[in-house]
Design a protein around this ligand. Structure first.
Ligand code: NAI
Length: 467
């Protein structure tokens, strides 16, 4: 059976790019069809940001119960039940996806469960359980996300070789695990499983972990990794994985020597690639970048008039909140309002323990771009709240222009970095001067005071540390 539909906007992919675009466009009076081959919410809600953070929350409670004595609380026989942690995480993702489905219904967005494929620049076919639906929309937004990149030799089917999605449904706690790749996914999982008591080995190809953040941040994390049962080998080139039935073996080359490690499971965390396969893009004029992402301009337009792409499928920045913002930019462009994407102040949080958060430019980027900068560090030990939290080992780093004193970037190392990065992002985006920050009152006792203190530090006026 073939049905035909017309609509204002067809959105392919219901992750934080696609569903945000759908609700926003519907709010603006557009007739919207949203299609996804899997569950609403995409990677972020189902197998990414939300479930991993739910697990981290559980692990934090486990840790706090084990270390309550620091605060005078004694808890005996603390155990972690992986199955229960996973069940709790599943409850959270289910309630969030149900919430989104409810919002889509309330906004009269038509939700189709099926696989979309371009027939031409103007027509998309959706293969649903009830047959094929042919859609001729006025505008299309592609928001299909990304999928795990696999090592070329990890193609064998093995229950011991997992990607980050599969790791989230693990039934049994592994005693030993090997993580290939010390990027964001690799390090977040290393801390989750390491703190649950698993012996974690991380193999990273490059000379250091978290290569996208500045060295002082990744260096500081190493100390905490050790305490969390995580052993890291950098400059390790993985050359093979063998499933030996009762364990898995990973071979790698370190300092020209071949070595072998064995474990219960191995996690591949070497990056994610744009989901463009089977979309029928060959039937369109849409162009790809050399990195495999759909080529778009700053208004998220592809090469084809009326077709937009947002989120991980563009391979610009693989972050849910960037996808959601690109959704607003694309829909506004469809509505005739052009406010292009501005990538100057994008916050990013790495949920290791402690957390790392960055926004604006890193030192690495400024050096690459030949832009002069100064840095100023504010130690968490200058904050009473940090001491209360046993969180005095962190710092905020402000990166600013030596002449104009404009804030170019900032990073935070320490618990609650996730909250401190928001005001710093606002300061960069809206060009707040250090004087303006100094002139703002921050509540006491909170970690946010460190931002005020840092601004005063840059001005040579720090009160609570010798800056
Ligand atoms: P990634 O690109 O951040 O890191 C991959 C790491 O694997 C790199 O350090 C790379 O050098 C290493 N690697 C690559 N090939 C290797 C090999 N053969 N042997 C050993 N190491 C190898 O990718 P990741 O961690 O998979 O994350 C994917 C994307 O998801 C990232 O862009 C990240 O921004 C995003 N993400 C964001 C999160 C957040 O904001 N909290 C959480 C999770 C993912």
């Amino acid at each position: 059976m073939q049905e035909s539909k017309k609509t204002d906007i067809l959105i392919i992919g219901a992750g934080p790019g696609g569903y945000v675009a759908a609700i926003y466009a519907a709010k603006k009076g557009k007739k919207v069809i949203l299609v996804d081959k899997a569950r609403v919410g995409g990677t972020c809600l189902n197998v990414g940001c939300i479930p991993t953070k739910a697990m981290i929350q559980a692990v934090n409670h486990f840790y706090d119960a084990q270390h309550g004595h620091t605060y005078g609380i004694q808890v005996d026989h603390v155990t972690a039940d992986l199955e229960a942690i996973i069940r709790h995480k599943d409850d959270i993702t289910r309630s969030l996806t149900e919430g989104i489905i409810h919002l889509l219904e309330k906004h009269q967005v038509t939700l189709l469960n099926g696989k979309a494929r371009f027939v031409s620049d103007k027509v998309v076919q959706v293969d649903t359980e009830d047959g094929i639906i042919q859609i001729e929309p006025e505008h299309i937004i592609i928001a299909t996300g990304a999928k795990t990149k696999h090592l070329p030799f990890a193609t064998q089917k093995s229950e011991r070789i997992l990607d980050s999605e599969q790791l989230l449904s693990l039934k049994k706690m592994p005693q030993k695990m090997i993580i290939i790749g010390a990027g964001i996914i690799g390090m977040e999982f290393a801390f989750i499983f390491g703190r649950l008591g698993c012996e974690v080995r991380v193999l990273e190809f490059l000379p250091r972990i978290l290569p996208t953040v500045d060295k002082d941040l990744s260096q500081r994390l190493l100390r905490f990794a050790k305490e969390a049962n995580i052993q890291i080998t950098t400059q390790a080139q993985v050359t093979g994985i063998q499933d030996r039935r009762d364990h898995i073996e990973v071979t790698y080359i370190e300092k020209e020597q071949e070595k072998t490690l064995s474990a219960d499971i191995v996690l591949e965390a070497i990056g994610r690639i744009p989901e463009t396969q089977d979309l029928g893009l060959e039937n369109t004029q849409i162009a790809l970048n050399p990195n495999g992402g759909i080529r778009v301009n700053h208004s998220m337009q592809t090469h084809v008039e009326g077709i937009y792409a947002i989120g991980d499928v563009t391979h610009i920045i693989q972050l849910a909140h960037v996808a959601s913002h690109q959704a607003l930019v694309a829909v506004d462009h469809i509505l005739g309002l052009d406010h292009p994407m501005d990538y100057e102040a994008i916050p990013s949080v790495i949920f290791t323990t402690p957390e790392i958060a960055v926004t604006g430019k890193t030192e690495i980027e400024l050096e690459r771009e030949g832009i002069a900068y100064h840095t100023h560090k504010v130690p968490f030990s200058a904050s009473g709240k940090a001491l209360i939290q046993n969180n005095q080992f962190g710092f905020i780093k402000l990166i600013y222009h030596p002449e104009t004193k404009a804030l170019l970037g900032a990073s935070v190392f320490g618990e609650d970095a996730q909250h401190l990065i928001a005001p710093l992002t606002m300061a960069i985006k809206h060009r707040l001067s250090f004087e303006a920050i100094k002139d703002t009152i921050f509540a006491h006792p909170t970690l946010s005071e460190l931002i005020h203190e840092g601004a005063m530090g840059v001005l040579g006026e720090a009160i609570h540390y010798l800056g």
